[in-house]
Design a protein around this ligand. Structure first.
Ligand SMILES: C[S@@+](CC[C@H](N)C(=O)[O-])C[C@H]1O[C@@H](n2cnc3c(N)ncnc32)[C@H](O)[C@@H]1O
Length: 197
């Protein structure tokens, strides 16, 4: 099955799939991301909007989250839940073609980076969408091994979507021009933060 069809079908169940991700993990993620009031953030591959209420609260009324996804079905679910929030804008677009109303302070790819077939191309597109000094966060709220195993079990195109080792990701980030790379992983999380100079 191809990726697009997979995510269109998963949209109905996605909240169940991620039901074990609790407040604690997301709070840890936000602490490491360093989000500030007034920030403009691209939540790339927002899915059904797991991070939306947390980001919305953290940036306040002067900030804006651009919640992006290439799957209309995922975005529909996210909009149904969070469409009432004034500081969220929903955009249906492939990461490779991302264009936003303004450059952003931060982009987050939670749970979606391995699904981008052209990883360097996606990183370049995100780099161009960031302000100078802008931050890119790439994260997963489970271990790399656990997620890669799940992707292999799903099969089809998803079986090719494996999370790179942090050392491999760092090479890609630096190739595109990111600096100040901070990374860690353990049995619960995979986290990388890098800065556009
Ligand atoms: C595993 S889900 C993660 C969703 C959400 N970030 C979360 O943490 O629950 C991956 C999301 O990335 C989206 N996605 C995959 N490839 C994409 C692409 N090339 N451009 C934009 N979105 C993409 C999928 O539609 C899906 O909603």
């Amino acid at each position: 099955m191809d990726r697009f069809v997979f995510f269109e079908e998963q949209a109905k169940w996605w909240d169940e799939v991620i039901s074990d991700v609790g407040d604690e993990k997301i709070s840890m993620l936000l602490e490491n991301m360093s989000v500030f009031k007034g920030d403009k953030i691209a939540d790339i591959g927002t899915g059904t909007g797991l991070l939306i209420p947390y980001l919305s609260k953290a940036i306040g009324s002067s900030g804006m989250v651009y919640a992006l996804d290439f799957s209309p079905a995922m975005l529909r679910e996210a909009k149904n839940k969070f469409g009432y929030l004034k500081n969220i804008s929903f955009i249906c677009v492939d990461v490779m073609k991302v264009t936003l109303p303004c450059l952003v302070d931060m982009a987050i790819c939670n749970g979606c980076f391995p699904h981008f077939p052209d990883k360097i191309g996606a990183l370049k597109a995100i780099f161009d969408a960031l302000l100078p000094g802008g931050i890119l966060v790439i994260s997963h709220l489970s271990s790399r091994e656990e997620i890669n195993q799940k992707h292999l079990e799903i099969g089809g195109e998803i079986a090719r979507d494996l999370i790179p080792k942090l050392s491999e990701l760092e090479i890609m980030l630096r190739q595109v021009g990111f600096e100040s790379v901070v990374m860690f992983e353990d049995e619960d999380v995979y986290f990388s933060k890098a800065v556009k100079p």
